[in-house]
Structure formats: structure tokens, C-alpha cells
Write a protein that binds this ligand. Sequence first.
Ligand code: AGP
Length: 615
Amino acid sequence: MCGIVGYVGFRNATPLIIDGLQRLEYRGYDSAGIAIIQDDAIRLSRDVGKLGNLRARLERQPLAGCIGIGHTRWATHGVPAEHNAHPHISMDGEFVVVHNGIVENYLELREELSAEGVVFQSETDTEVIVHLVAHFAHDGAHGDVTEATRMAVQQLRGAHAIGIMSSRQPDRLVAVRTGNAGGVALGIGDGESFVASDIPAILEQTRQMVFLESRQMATVFADHHVVQTLDGESLSPQIHQIAWDPVSAAKGEFKHFMQKEIFDQARSLTDSIRGRIDFEREEVLLPELNLTAEQAHSLQRLVTVACGTSYYSGLVGKFYIEHMARLNVEVDYGSEYRYRDPIIDANTAVLAITQSGETVDTLAAMEEARDKHATLWSIVNAIGSQAMRVADGYITMNAGPEIGVASTKAFTSSIADQYLLALRLGQLRGTLGSEQRRQYVRDLERLPDLVGRTLETFDAVDQLASYFYQYSNFLFLGRGINYPIALEGALKLKEISYIHAEGYPAGEMKHGPIALIDEQMPVLAIALRDAVYDKMISQIEQAKARGGIVIALATEGDTLMATKADHVLYVPETPPLLSPIIAVIPLQMLAYAIAVRRGADVDQPRNLAKSVTVE
Ligand code: AGP
């Protein structure tokens, strides 16, 4: 949700940056700030709340200069406050930084820098970046902002989009992208250049753009830019001509919205997590849920109602809530719930999961629960939707607009929301020890980076799609917490490529579906290194013994799998509870790549609508 806009050229940077930030307002933020080099020195202006507050401040104390960077911030580490708003400035006043993402190791870095005498002005994770840049500028980089930034970024864990400016070199901005904490676009104008986290911020100014990939950085001057890898290798990236029409513009560098949304997931998950965790105390905060400790204790049951992909998300959430909060969870289809006279009482909470917040079956299930006096919660993506309005409490997914009919980023964000809900319930019910809770919070912090690494497997997935796109049937197998991912993988393939696919709990194979296996029915087995790994190996062997073709989704470093399956896709090792979020990504990409090869209408598959508002 954070936004970055930078400018270097011949015009006054202030109005251009503020205008760009305004265009990113839809992403949501709680404070904003700008830094301009004026009279050879960096000047800052920052304020909480809407951009109007920053504008008013700039009217009272104007800033003018031909280079600057600005930011809209959605708080993660440190409350929304002027001193926590970006840009952050170094102690010598010579460097400023704006940043999207989470510095996972900021506590260690903060301690090291404090020991060197750095006095921090904010509670943010971001501030360590600017002090590191200043440190390396004085020690090793000979004052060069690009080199100092490169050295600083090597110290950071996590996924980041970063903008840096230095009063020592007032002719350039430095931009960095590592992982997928949102994009970095360079806008090429006539004698002027722009940097932005999102295309719409600068589209009014230029249509020529360059996009940084992960582990790339750019030094941006008014009339040219230099792009390199973080290892210093020079690159000549393609210049994209962006169309004016807002729909194509929103798609940016991607062919389809679905592809964009798949690749948006490190960013969207960061936004789902941000603001919900007190990283100092490693506690979860979900104020909009309106959940008291007393109510958490008195709950005896939670019923999740949802449809389609959101239903599968609920199946994953069941594992979280039962495990962390020791609360019995049932998951029901919204479309079935009210037709079976469900047992609900005042000690039952009903949780509706819905991306659109307008799915009529889910809303009807909520009504049923309301009539029977259950506590009603929702997890929604569409802000202000019906499911959010009628609930007693809610958690927003913060995934941003999902336009592709096939749900991708809302799925992973709604799983992350349930992980937070389970932590909160476990915290209040006293079922989670503090050390365990801290560990689960730390695991969550690593998630965006793991997602970024998983997205890097796209080429391997696409190659697999080239072997399999002409098949007519597919079987997806999973077990335990990844059984719902087998269901979701099959649904994705069905809905956008029109290939018949079934998801099955692997242990049930021998009770019937194994009869289907032959060389015409590829089997995709989710076989990560976890508690059911050995069982999955045995399922793979059974499928192979019957002439099946097996594609395994395995954990990086699992060399045994290559000897068992015909094809292996590797994902990074992930804490088991978070593995569904990682495992689903290659399956989303596979469905997408197969559908593209079949020439299907990926974003608007036949017979389907994004919001199902009829029964
Ligand atoms: C997912 O790819 C589907 N398009 C569909 O199953 C969807 O998840 C379902 O209709 C529920 O929608 P909702 O989350 O907006 O309620």
C-alpha cells in the first residue's frame, strides 16, 4: 500500500511528486512525506493523515527544487506519526530514503548501528537503511550514493523497493528492487526522469518506462539512467511503451491481470500483514474484529462460510485456528449452509470469507447466522462491501483490486488473515505460549520474501506447461494442510483452461480414484518436506506403478524427489503452517501458463463472473 514517487529534471519536483502520490491514494496510506534538494541541502516535509495535510504544510512552508522523492506510508513498524513517515534522513543530513517492504532483520541492524552511535529518530524498520547508506558512503563507497546503496542493500533481509537521494550528488536518484515488495518503474521524459512504485503515479508525465527486476538497481539522471544488478553487472533493460488507456495501463508490464495479480502476491501479502503486528512485542492487533478477551474465552465453535476459492482458503484456516486457538472449526459452503438447519448459538462465531464481499450465497449464510444470534465476522477484500458492513467485526485482505476472474492474490491474503486471526484468538484464549507466538509472528515476517523467491520459478513452470497443455485431465494430490491447495490447484486449472481437473486428499486415492490413473492423467503431487512427506512419496510410487506421469511440487534441496517423479517443481523451504501460501503459487502459474498456451481468455473465462450475485 505504500507508494514511492521520485523526480529529477528541470521542473519543480514538489508538485510533480505530490500529484504522483495523489494518483496512488487508492492504495491506502496513513501518512505522507517528501524530500527536496533545495539550496544544496535536503529539506523534508511530512505529515500524518491524508495528502491534503501535507499539501497544506507545503503551502505554509514551500519546498522547491529540481530533484526529490516522496512517499505514502501504511504503518508496519511504528505508529502513523510524523516522525515515522518517510522519507527518513541520515544523521549528517546528506541522504534520504523512501521504502516499501519490511526489513526483516532491522532489530539486529538497529542494534549494530546504535552501538556505532547512530541515534534513531523513528520506530520504523526503514530508518536503518538510510543510516547504513550513510555508513557505507563514509566507509568503502567514497561518498558515491549508488555504491553506498548497493553495500547497504546487501545487509538487508526481505523484499524491498527503495528510493535514495543524496545532497552530495544532487543530479541523481537511486532506485532498488529486491524480491517482490512492489515494483519499481523508471519513467523516461524529455530531459527529466521519474521513479515510481506504480505506473499510474507517473503515467500523466511519460509513457516510456523501464521496469526493474528483483536484485536490480538504477541510478537515474535527468537525461539517462544506468541499470545494474546488485552484483554490479551492467544491464540494458527494455524500454516499454505504456498505453494511455487506463485498463492496459493498470496491467503494466503483464499480459493479463491474472498474471499481474499472481506476481503481486509478495506485495499484497506484505499489505495484508502490515499494521497488524506489533513487531516489538510480536503480538497481533486486529482492532476491526472487535474481539474482547472475554468473548474469545467464551467461544466454543467457529463456522467458516465461503464459496469457491474462498471456501478452500477456509479449509486452510481451519488448521490454523484449531492448532493455535484450540477452537473447533467447521467449514461450510455458503451455498449449502442455510439448507441444512445449522446448529448455531451465541457461543458460535461465523466467519464469512469473500473477496468481493458481495457473493450472494455467502451473504445468505451470514444472514442465517445473524438470525441465530451468532457473532458474525468477515474477511473481505472489497472495502465497504456488504459482507464487511453487516459483520460485527472484520479483517480486510488489503490485496488491492483483483480483476482477473480467477482469484489468486485474494486467496493467499485471506489465508494470511486467518493466520493472524488464529494468532489473535490463541493470544486471547491463552492457548499459545508466548515463545511459540513470537516464532509464528517471525515466520510471517519472512513470508513476502519466500513468495518473491517462489515467483522466480515461473520459467520452470512455463516449461512444464509446454509439455502438458494438451492433456484433457489432471489429478492434484495433497495431504494435511496442503490438501486444500490440491483442490485450489484443480479449480484454477478448470476455470481458466477448461481442462478437467480434480483435487484429492492423497490418502483417499486407494479408495477409488487410483482407478483413473494412466498415462493420459497427469498427477500433480504436493510433496513438500513436512510431516506427511513419507506418505506423499508412497502415493507418488503408487501412481508411478500404474503408469501415471507424476509432477511433484517439492522443497528446494530434495534430491530424492527427482528419482521418484517425472518432473519436479521446487519451492523454498517454508514453515509448515505457511506452506499452503507458497505451494499454491506454482499451481496458479501452471494454470495460467497452460491457459495462455491454449489461447483461452485468461481474465474472463467463459461462463464465469467475478462477483456471483445471483443464487
Ligand atoms: C475463484 O477463482 C472463483 N472465481 C470463485 O470460486 C470465487 O472464489 C467464488 O465465487 C467466491 O467469491 P468471493 O470470494 O468474492 O465470495
